[in-house]
Write a protein of this length. Sequence first.
Length: 260
Amino acid sequence: MYSVANTLAYLPASKVLGLSNQIAFAAYSRLQDDHVRVRQYFLEGASIASFVFFPLCWGMSAVADDFVDVVLGPTWHKAAIVLQIIALGVPYRALGLFMQPLVDGLGQPGIGLKNTLTISLIVPAAALAGLYFARYIAQPPADPDVWGLIGLCVGSVAGVVVAVTINLRRNLALLDAGYRQLLSAFFPSMLAAGIMYAAVLGANAMLAEATPVLWRLPTVVVFGAFIYGVVTVSINRQPATRCLQLIKASLPPRRGRRPR
């Protein structure tokens, strides 16, 4: 249950970062002596990544029950709690992965190794601690296997937050930047996604009994996208505008018109 849902939660981030990190590595390598431009590009990239990952992952968490039932089937219903918890931590983990090409492009393999060791040591230990606490120490009144699964997920997310925070401090020092600058890049998207998350949970609860799951899931997804769009227009226009510019620039030019 944990393995399948965890893979599903990280799937969007792994696919997007697998492509973008190759491009970012080449760009950072060419600019490794110009830290001002590297910092500017990284913060802009972090803003765009947050604009995509926070609503996508938190939206997946908000509709986890219906999403698992529709995509994987009722047999995997217990995996919904895994998706609901793990998906909340994916955007923060993605920010850590987003820094890997920065470290490599600036020619700092030692820091990259430290980052890998930090994740490899802290996250499994935290997951094991959460599993043990939930199953044996808390003495749950309900199914201990389910509580163990919840403890495993909570511990894993907590471990990711701690490990990535340590890595970010180490990596941001390469750019002479701090948490405040990074927070200003991703907080507006996180706030908009949080508002969307609460709205989707409320809408899902209202439609839970009256609407079949095959209608309820697309309805709340469209509603969540609408809410996120409205909040984005109000408080977070810059990454949205930049995304549109990048998409427009990637399209082939129209016939009869020369590309600029």
